[in-house]
Design a protein around this ligand. Structure first.
Ligand code: SAH
Length: 350
């Protein structure tokens, strides 16, 4: 079955030409799909016969809302979606003063194995198609009625481990005939796959790269993040500096504060040394408790921040949104997987 929603408009143009249709069909269908059409019969400016032909040839699935939790505290909405093959993924809609931001997932599960993260506990089941990443934005916007102006790729999965589909998603969501969300309004977060960071740098996109650092020293980082065992912090920093040189975009470093693990003054000093001379921003994240993990949130977040600032490093503490609704990534999917069979694990083949 053809996945039209993952196609660029140019690809759609060739597709319609092959069907003997005029080129302008591509723009029409592109617009319908990106506005959240749920069937071809809705596409009222297409001839009936074409609607029927497309319905037979193409897969037009839409994610189903399995759970929707809205925070009474700050209006954050967390969606648990079920995809056409039964896999579940999450998105979180956050309301910031600079606009509504959607945190999207790019894989069902994750293979990176970070010890503090709920998303990786069952491993990676599969990559999401570009259309499945896009659908989260389209349907969260439709469901909530909130105009989404910003996207963060910080949901379930490692974006650079699904590189081609993520790039295609960026191209689609950026398109003027679609949601038209500017690259500068998009952040992509990675645990640090250096070859892919280098590849991304060469594309010179204007998105914000967030690097999940979480420790300045190899010993701690390798303990927390298996990805560090093959490629240490120094090599990662080389790719980060190169990224900045190529794109001119300041990198944002994520640092989840964990009690007694990465929150000492010494580590703040090491972190400042590491970022010395880089145009960088550190985002300190109060650790979200994951039931299965013995790690606890740090009690030294402010001290750590002040210590960094004393060294001239810009550091902010991430505001916690939706803490009453399990709003951090992977937690809801995890809960659902433990409770029932709605979100199957590894045995699901797409
Ligand atoms: N795979 C990507 C994006 C997904 S995670 C990455 O690693 O960056 C988005 C961010 O949330 C990452 O910085 C991740 O390390 C962080 N994170 C995961 N679990 C967390 C937890 N329990 N508490 C705080 N931050 C967490």
């Amino acid at each position: 079955m053809v996945d039209l929603k993952s196609m660029t408009q140019e690809e759609m143009t060739s597709f319609f030409k092959e069907l003997g249709q005029p080129g302008f069909r591509a723009k029409q269908v592109f617009q319908w799909l990106h506005r959240g059409a749920q069937s071809f019969s809705e596409m009222s400016n297409l001839p009936k016969a074409l609607q029927q032909q497309l319905a037979q040839m193409c897969r037009l699935t839409v994610p189903e809302v399995v759970r929707r939790q809205e925070s009474a505290l700050d209006g954050t909405i967390k969606y648990l979606w079920r995809l056409w093959d039964g896999n579940c993924i999450e998105s979180v809609l956050m309301r910031y003063h600079h606009g509504n931001t959607l945190c999207v997932s790019c894989q069902a599960g994750c293979n990176m194995g970070c010890v503090f993260c709920a998303s990786t506990l069952g491993g990676k089941v599969r990559n999401l198609e570009p259309s499945e990443i896009l659908d989260q934005v389209i349907f969260a916007q439709k469901d909530s009625g909130a105009h989404i102006s910003n996207i963060v790729m910080m949901g379930i999965g490692e974006p650079l481990d699904n590189f081609e589909n993520v790039l295609r998603f960026l191209e689609l969501v950026n398109h003027p005939d679609g949601l038209n969300i500017g690259m500068r309004h998009i952040s992509l977060s990675t645990c640090g796959l250096i070859n892919k960071i280098d590849k991304l740098a060469d594309l010179e996109l204007q998105l914000t790269l967030s690097v999940s650092l979480h420790a300045p020293d190899d010993e701690t980082r390798s303990r927390l993040m298996p990805v560090n065992r093959a490629v240490g912090v120094d090599r990662l920093m080389r790719s980060c500096r190169r990224y900045f040189e190529r794109t001119g975009r300041r990198i944002s470093y994520e640092y989840a504060m964990i009690d007694g693990v990465n929150d000492s003054d010494r580590q703040a000093d090491l972190l400042a040394d590491l970022l010395n001379g880089q145009s960088a921003h550190v985002n300190l994240i109060p650790l979200n408790d994951v039931e299965e993990s013995p790690l606890k949130p740090s009690r030294r977040v402010r001290q750590f921040q002040q210590r960094l600032e004393g060294h001239g490093v810009t550091a902010t503490v991430r505001r916690k949104l939706g803490s009453d609704i399990d709003a951090s990534c992977g937690q809801l999917r995890r809960k659902q997987m433990k409770e029932g069979m709605l979100c199957p694990g590894k045995d699901t083949t797409p």
